[in-house]
Design a binder for this molecule. Structure first.
Ligand SMILES: [Zn+2]
Length: 509
């Protein structure tokens, strides 16, 4: 008998509907699987047959043909185990299910019939219509993802046996309706973030990071080893505004696609802005995504958060250059024979580096032992176009030992965060009808429009940028930072002092 079972496959972040068509007939026993399956799918027959045997049913002894449609899409991973098992059970007449077309099955099976979680369930849940003609059947370990999509109907199980029992009974009491995200879940998660209160001195660096956070600008900290660059950067998540519900869904969806298949550890929505710190030995695939599984890279996992690259010059140059696309456009596209996969990747890029290979050229108490040539080569590892995209470049002065015992009152991250949130609120109002969320995302045209400079201020900006040899891109990026500085004072227009401060953040150009 022929049966068609609904399922989904991932293509990048997109969930694509797939039907698993199973035809079992009398004749010479055999099994044929067609429709561009990858190895994991090809091997699924062995898992499925064992899992079915574990619940006391038999599907061998038939001539079985399975087609995965659409036939031109490459099916990958083990998520098709469950639909395949159900398809074999119904087409061989082992079970009888009424209205099977309203169920969508996703899940990996183990040999003993356990249902194991798969990646990308949130994407699948988001693409399903929310009515009772579409019920998602998933492993229990994926339930936390499905429950985020308000109004979605889903049923989750630990084993194939439970799932079959549910289908045969036709009892829909086990179908849950997702309530959507609850704020209580979100606030329960906290992270160990260092507080700016514990950072002694470095007022200039704190100010620069506050500006960066307020407008979501990219930043680079340059300073001697031990000056506290990494500590300052790690404090940053503590002054960033909370994610909106929409941002939480966007980011969680990417993390759901990056999940390892079979990983049963609890999956939680990503409610804190990501702060990703890839090591400088990171490969192209691990940073921008791709690979055989078409997984998202660190840049996408940092979506709506911060991608922090410590020891920037130590990164492979071609890997850094690949970041230019997402820094400009907010997404990464990976081309494949089967089509182009687009990953969202709108992040704030942070980086830190030493001023020279030995690290001490900025330290008045130490002697730099680098030859001028070596110093030049070191700086040249960061290309001009990349540096151009880093709006805020600050020198971190070496910490003085005396400053460590200073007990003066310092602002906490929470105090700074209040100002950052106020500046972001101004930006939200400004961009209410525009596709931007922060000043850093504005196009050049809007950067000029919203700066609202008087002719005098504009003349100043142009001549100062000329003196500093800023590129056109550099000029507009500088304007965006000025806009943020003005927002931090709730000022209507950008003034000369805002531009001067923004220009001071371009020390490396
Ligand atoms: Zn040196």
């Amino acid at each position: 008998m022929f049966h068609r079972i609904r399922s989904y496959c991932l293509f990048g972040i997109k969930a694509v509907p797939v039907s698993v068509e199973v035809d079992a007939s009398q004749g010479l026993p055999g099994f044929t699987l067609v429709g561009l399956p990858d190895n994991a799918v090809r091997e699924s027959r062995e898992r499925v047959v064992s899992a079915i045997r574990s619940i006391g049913k038999v599907v061998t002894g038939f001539r079985t043909t399975v087609n995965l449609s659409p036939a031109d899409l490459r099916k990958e991973g083990s998520a098709l185990d469950l639909p395949l098992a159900i398809g074999m059970l119904v087409s061989t007449g082992e079970i009888c299910v009424e209205g099977i077309e309203r169920f969508v099955f996703v899940g990996e099976l183990s040999l003993d019939g356990l249902l194991k979680p798969v990646r990308g369930v949130l994407s699948i849940a988001m693409s399903l219509p929310r009515d009772d003609k579409n019920i998602l059947v998933i492993p229990r370990a994926n339930a936390s993802e499905a429950s985020l999509v308000e109004g979605l109907r889903y049923a989750c199980f630990d084993t194939l046996g439970e799932c079959v029992e549910f289908l045969e009974s036709g009892n829909l009491e086990l179908v849950a309706i997702a309530k959507g995200m609850s704020r209580e879940d979100c606030s329960a998660v906290s992270r160990d973030i260092p507080d700016f209160r514990n950072v002694v001195g470095m007022e200039g660096v704190k100010r620069a990071l506050e500006v960066a956070a307020a407008g979501s600008h990219n930043f680079l900290l340059v300073g001697s080893p031990g000056a506290g660059k990494t500590l300052c950067a790690r404090c940053l998540p503590g002054i960033l505004p909370d994610m909106t519900d929409e941002e939480i869904l966007e980011t969680t969806r990417i993390h759901s696609c990056a999940r390892r298949a079979g990983d049963s550890s609890g999956f939680r929505p990503v409610v804190n802005r990501p702060f990703r710190t890839p090591h400088h030995s990171a490969s192209m695939v691990s940073l921008v995504g791709g690979g055989s599984r078409l997984s998202p890279g660190e840049a996408s996992l940092a979506h709506n958060g911060v991608l922090f690259l410590d020891e920037l010059p130590e990164f492979n140059r071609s890997v850094l250059e690949a970041l230019r696309e997402p820094m400009e456009d907010g997404f990464i596209s990976v081309s494949r024979a089967s089509g182009t996969v687009v990953w969202p990747a709108r992040f704030m890029m942070g980086a830190a580096m030493n001023p020279c290979p030995c690290g001490f050229s900025m330290d008045p108490k130490r002697v730099c032992t680098c030859l001028p040539d070596a110093r030049k080569r070191y700086r040249e590892k960061i290309s001009g176009p990349l540096l151009d995209r880093i709006d805020i470049q600050v020198s971190v002065p070496p910490m003085e030992a005396g400053a460590l015992v200073d007990n003066g009152r310092r602002e906490s991250s929470a105090d700074i965060r209040k100002r950052v949130c106020a500046a972001r609120a101004i930006q939200r109002r400004r961009f209410a009808d525009l596709p931007f969320k922060s000043n850093a995302e504005m196009t050049s045209e809007y950067a000029k429009k919203f700066a609202g400079m008087s002719p005098e201020v504009e003349r100043f900006a142009v001549s100062a940028a000329d003196n500093m040899n800023l590129s056109a891109r550099g000029f507009y990026r500088m304007l965006k930072v000025s806009r943020t500085i003005a927002d931090m004072k709730s000022a209507e227009n950008v003034e000369i002092e805002d531009i001067s401060e923004a220009l001071r953040y371009r020390t490396m150009n």
